[in-house]
Ligand binder design. Structure first.
Ligand code: URP
Ligand code: ZN
Ligand code: ZN
Length: 486
C-alpha cells in the first residue's frame, strides 16, 4: 500500500486563483484536492500558501566555460533550488564545436545522476552542419524540445546569422523552441579590445563592453529571424529596456516571443561593478551585466504587463579563485552568478511584499508560464489531480538574512548576501518526497529524474498553421490573361 501524505490547512495559490483546500499525495502525484482530507502523514500548512514548486528554466550546473567548470553540480545545485522552493531545473547541454549532440547528451545524463530534484535539458546549437541538422531530430525524439543559440561569446559558443536562420527553420519543422542569448558578439569583442587598450582592465570593463544596445540589437535581430523562420522564440536573460522593448513590440504585432528576466537583474544594479573591492565586483560579472535602475523598472513592468513571462536565475556559480583568473583582464573573469536558492524568496520579498506582483502572478512567473512554454504543463507548474507533487508550502511570515554561511551552493559568496527576505518554504516536496522540512534540508541525491518534453506545443502548431496560410503563393493565370508572345 502506498503512503498517503496530506498537506493540510493551507491556501492553494495557483496562477489563476487562490482557494483553501488540502492536498493529498500518493506515489509522487497529487491524487485529491478537497477539504478535511486525511492521510498517513500530515504536513501542517496553517497560515501558509501551497504553490507549485518553482521551475528554474535557466541553470548551468558543472558547466564547462571559459577554461573552467562552474562549481555547483547537479547535486548541490538542485539541493540549493529545493532549499528555496524550486523543484525543477533545466540545464543547457553544450556540445563543444564539432562535437555530436548525442555524445554531449550522454555526458549531461551522466553528470545529472545525483540530482536531488527533477531536471531537463535544453540542447545548444554551438556549430552548424548536416550532422547537426540530422541530430536535432534525434534530440527531439529523446525528449528535448528546445534549442539554445549564443549570439555572443565570439570564438567560443557564438553562431552566425545564417546558422541561426537554418537552425530556427529546423526548429520550426521539428516543433521545437529556439532560444537565444541575445548580445551582439562582434560588437562586444571589439569593445572589449578597445577598453583593454584604454587601460580599463578591471571588472567595471565588463559592464562597459556590453551596453544595453548590444542586447537590444541582438534581441530584435533574433526576433526577426525567428519570424522569417516561422517559429516562436524564447529570449533568455532579458536584462534591459532595449531588449524588452523589442519583445514587447513583437508581441504587440502578434509574434510568439517570450522574455525571461533574471532575479539578479531585477534587484541588483551596475553600481556593483564600481565597488572598491575587486573580488566583490568580479563576483557579479555575468552576461548580460547588471543595469541601472531604469532597466529594473522596465523588467518589473514587463512581468506585470505580461510582456515578460518567466523569472529565472542563469545559476552559474564560480569560486573566488576561479573569478581571479581575470585579475588583470576583465575578459578572462568567468561569466556567471548564483541564485538558485534565492530566486523565489527574493522575488516574493521584492515582488509580492511590495505589491508589484500578486501571489498568483508570482506562481505564473516562477512555474506555470514556463511549464506551458516548455510543454510540460500540467505535469509540472500546476496543482491539479494527476500533477507531479512538486510543491512548496510557503510561509509568508518566515524571514532570514541571506548569507553564504548558510547556503547550499558550494561557492563562498552570494550576490544577495546581507539581504533580508520574508517568505520562505516551510516544506518543499519533490514528487511527494519532503526535501525541506522547516529549514532542514533532507533532499535525496539521485531522487531527481529527467523530464521528457514533447515537441509541437500548441503555440508552435498555431504559428505553423498561420505561416502556412499566409505563405507566398504563385498566382495561377489562365492563358487568356497571359501576353500573346509567351
Ligand atoms: N550568463 C553568464 O554570465 N554565464 C552563463 C552563460 C550564459 O548564460 O551566458
Ligand atoms: Zn547567456
Ligand atoms: Zn545561461
Amino acid at each position: 500500500m502506498s503512503q498517503r501524505t496530506v498537506i493540510k490547512g493551507g491556501t492553494i495559490v495557483a496562477a489563476d486563483r487562490s482557494y483553501e483546500a488540502d492536498v493529498a499525495i500518493e506515489d509522487g502525484k497529487i491524487v485529491q484536492i478537497g477539504t478535511n482530507l486525511n492521510g498517513d502523514k500530515v504536513l501542517d500548512a496553517e497560515g501558509c500558501y501551497v504553490m507549485p514548486g518553482g521551475i528554474d528554466p535557466h541553470v548551468h550546473l558543472e558547466m564547462p566555460f571559459m577554461g573552467t567548470h562552474s562549481k555547483d553540480d547537479f547535486e548541490s545545485g538542485t539541493r540549493a533550488g529545493l532549499a528555496g522552493g524550486t523543484t525543477m531545473v533545466v540545464d543547457f547541454c553544450l556540445p563543444s564545436p564539432g562535437q555530436s549532440m548525442l555524445e554531449a547528451l550522454e555526458a549531461w545524463h551522466a553528470k545529472s545522476k545525483r540530482a536531488c530534484a527533477d531536471y531537463s535539458f535544453h540542447m545548444a546549437v554551438t556549430w552548424w552542419s548536416e550532422q547537426v541538422f540530422n541530430e536535432m531530430q534525434q534530440v527531439v525524439d529523446l525528449g528535448i524540445n528546445s534549442f539554445k543559440h549564443f549570439m555572443a561569446y565570439k570564438g567560443a559558443l557564438m553562431v552566425e546569422d545564417d546558422e541561426l536562420f537554418d537552425s530556427f527553420r529546423r526548429c520550426a519543422a521539428l516543433g521545437a523552441l529556439p532560444m537565444v542569448h541575445a548580445e551582439n558578439g562582434d560588437v562586444v569583442a571589439t569593445m572589449q579590445q578597445k577598453l583593454l587598450a584604454d587601460g580599463i582592465r578591471g571588472p567595471e570593463g565588463h559592464g562597459l563592453s556590453r551596453p544595453p544596445e548590444v542586447e537590444g540589437e541582438a534581441t530584435n535581430r533574433a526576433i526577426m529571424i525567428a519570424d522569417m523562420a516561422g517559429v516562436p522564440l524564447y529570449v533568455v536573460h532579458t536584462s534591459c529596456e532595449q531588449a524588452h522593448e523589442a519583445i514587447r513590440r513583437a508581441r504587440q504585432k502578434g509574434m510568439r516571443v517570450f522574455g525571461e528576466p533574471l532575479i539578479q537583474h531585477l534587484v541588483l544594479d551596475e553600481s556593483e561593478y564600481r565597488n572598491p573591492s575587486w573580488d566583490h565586483a568580479a563576483q557579479r560579472v555575468m552576461s548580460p551585466p547588471f543595469r541601472d535602475k531604469s532597466h529594473q523598472d522596465s523588467l518589473w513592468a514587463g512581468l506585470q504587463a505580461g510582456s515578460l513571462q518567466v523569472v529565472a536565475t542563469d545559476h552559474c556559480a564560480f569560486s573566488i579563485e576561479q573569478k581571479r583568473n581575470g585579475i588583470d583582464d576583465f575578459t578572462k573573469i568567468p561569466n556567471g552568478t548564483g541564485g538558485l536558492e534565492d530566486r523565489m524568496p527574493v522575488l516574493w520579498s521584492e515582488g509580492v511584499n511590495t505589491g508589484r506582483l500578486t501571489p498568483n502572478e508570482f506562481v505564473a512567473v516562477t512555474s506555470t508560464n514556463i511549464a506551458k512554454i516548455l510543454n510540460i504543463y500540467p505535469q509540472k507548474g500546476a496543482i491539479v489531480e494527476g500533477s507531479d507533487a512538486d510543491l512548496v508550502v510557503w510561509d509568508p511570515k518566515k524571514s532570514k538574512t541571506i548569507s553564504p554561511e548558510t547556503q547550499q551552493s558550494v561557492v563562498e559568496y552570494n550576490v544577495f548576501a546581507g539581504r533580508e527576505v520574508t517568505g520562505l518554504p516551510r516544506y518543499t516536496l519533490s514528487r511527494g518526497e519532503v526535501a525541506v522540512d522547516d529549514g532542514k534540508i533532507c533532499a535525496t541525491p539521485g531522487h531527481g529524474r529527467f523530464v521528457e518534453r514533447a515537441p509541437f506545443p500548441e503555440v508552435n502548431k498555431a504559428l505553423s498553421k498561420w505561416k502556412e496560410l499566409t505563405a507566398p503563393r504563385q498566382v495561377q493565370r489562365s492563358a487568356e490573361n497571359m501576353p500573346a508572345c509567351v
